[in-house]
Write a protein that binds this ligand. Structure first.
Ligand code: SF4
Ligand code: SF4
Length: 87
């Protein structure tokens, strides 16, 4: 499941450079996550890096974009062109 940024975002900019998939970008009003690029950090880290750094805790799982671990692994492999290795 991808993550999403809620309207509690204060545009502090700290999450964007932490994303290994460049899935986070400045939207019209707040930062947003490109669902097609978010793997929950699967393949890169053992937990979502954006969630770890967000000072206002406004990056929950996006219930509308449910994905299994297997789907996230396939996504990682497509995005990076690398085989998945457990981190
Ligand atoms: S969970 Fe990871 S891949 Fe998804 S937006 Fe956050 S930092 Fe990027
Ligand atoms: S870290 Fe949180 S508050 Fe800061 S820009 Fe990202 S989503 Fe918004």
């Amino acid at each position: 499941m991808a993550l999403k940024i809620t309207d509690e975002c204060i545009n502090c900019d700290v999450c964007e450079p932490e994303c290994p998939n460049e899935a986070i970008y400045q939207g019209e009003e707040i930062y947003e996550i490109d669902t097609s690029k978010c793997t929950e950090c699967v393949g890169h880290y053992d937990e979502p890096q954006c969630q770890l750094v967000c000072p206002v805790d406004c990056i929950p799982l996006d219930e509308d974009n449910e994905e299994s671990q297997e789907q996230l692994i396939v996504k990682y492999e497509k995005l990076t062109g690398l085989p998945f290795v457990e981190v």
